[in-house]
Write a protein that binds this ligand. Structure first.
Ligand code: BTN
Length: 324
């Protein structure tokens, strides 16, 4: 077990038993390390902001958490049989969780989740920057190795958008919607962005990395996006437990992706349409560099947007930006 994993597992143990003291002896036997090593890890956790009481002859008890993302804490909320998040890493800081997983994909099984309290080079779609200041967002990437062809990959991003929107509404009850294809929005403001990257051979997907960034505690956005972005804290007064929320989001992603075998089906397409704020709206999309206007009238079985043009003909929009 690596040093960080040990700390995470000790924290998970303390969290799961936060109604009692666990003796140093019990912990050292459990992890097969000396009591001094346990004591060192406890002190490291205290430095991270965990309040851990220690009483001679009784042991250690977790009194409070600092509210930061931590793999050990998140894991206490993840089902033992879960695939997504079974392997979970939380970095304190990293350039981009997508970049990390792409560079290290061969080391990890499908379903691995890599998150970070801060990204110094967070990437958005279309070459944009994704801001993830320390502890403001929940930013994470999921590694997937589905047995599908590269042609079938396009459903994964909107389905993840649906899963995140459902999880956020379950937690906050604030009516988040989806702007086609996969931004999660409240009103006209963006709350969540998703960047999916794929490594494939001619007819076979090697791996997919779905990168999800959720604005959680952000209060001030850079000038250029301040009118277009929002965060959970700006939309709800509810106290936010990032670890619980991340686990809930992973559960919804697993439910939707695995149940639908990474594709749209009758059930999830209906849900997606119910969530899609773009449907029924007048929109502008780009066709070969030219701006075209029409009304978004449907989503087809592949998650593509069906647009009815002013002359009554319909056109299918595969990807890209639509302006409402
Ligand atoms: C967008 O432009 O809407 C997509 C934003 C995607 C951001 C996430 S945060 C986790 C992952 N790592 C990255 O560098 N980007 C994605």
């Amino acid at each position: 077990m690596k040093a960080n994993e040990k700390k995470d597992t000790i924290l998970k143990m303390l969290k799961e038993n936060s109604d009692r003291y666990i003796s140093g002896e019990e912990l050292s036997e459990m992890f097969n390390v000396s009591r001094t090593a346990i004591w060192k890890n406890i002190n490291d956790l205290r430095k991270m902001g965990y309040e851990i009481d220690s009483v001679t002859n009784r042991g250690y008890k977790l009194m409070s958490s600092p509210g930061i993302l931590n793999a050990g804490e998140t894991k206490t909320y993840i089902d033992d049989n879960a695939l997504i998040g079974k392997e979970l890493i939380v970095f304190e800081t990293i350039d981009s969780t997508n970049n990390y997983l792409k560079a290290n994909a061969e080391k990890y099984p499908t379903g691995t989740v890599v998150s970070a309290r801060e990204q110094t080079g967070g990437k958005g779609r279309l070459g944009r920057v994704w801001q993830s200041k320390k502890d403001d967002t929940i930013s994470f990437s999921v590694l997937l190795r589905p047995e599908i062809s590269p042609m079938e990959v396009s459903a994964i991003t909107p389905l993840c958008g649906l899963a995140v929107a459902k999880a956020l509404n379950e937690y906050f009850d604030f009516g988040a919607k989806i702007k086609w294809p996969n931004d999660v929005i409240i009103g006209n403001k963006k709350l969540v962005g998703i960047l999916t990257e794929m490594n494939c051979e001619f007819d076979k997907v090697d791996f997919i990395v779905v990168g999800i960034g959720i604005n959680i505690l952000n209060k001030d956005f850079p000038e250029e996006i301040s009118k277009k972005a929002t965060s959970c804290a700006l939309e709800s007064d509810k106290e936010i437990d990032k670890n619980k929320l991340l686990a809930l989001i992973l559960k919804h992603i697993e439910n939707i992706l695995l149940k639908g075998n990474y594709s749209f089906n009758e059930e999830n397409l209906k849900e997606y349409k119910d969530y899609c704020a773009t449907l029924g709206r007048d929109i502008i999309f780009t066709r070969k560099g030219e701006k075209v206007s029409g009304k978004a009238t449907d989503i087809d079985n592949n998650g593509e947007l069906v647009v009815t043009l002013e002359d009554g003909t319909t056109e299918t929009v595969f990807s890209g930006e639509v302006t409402v």
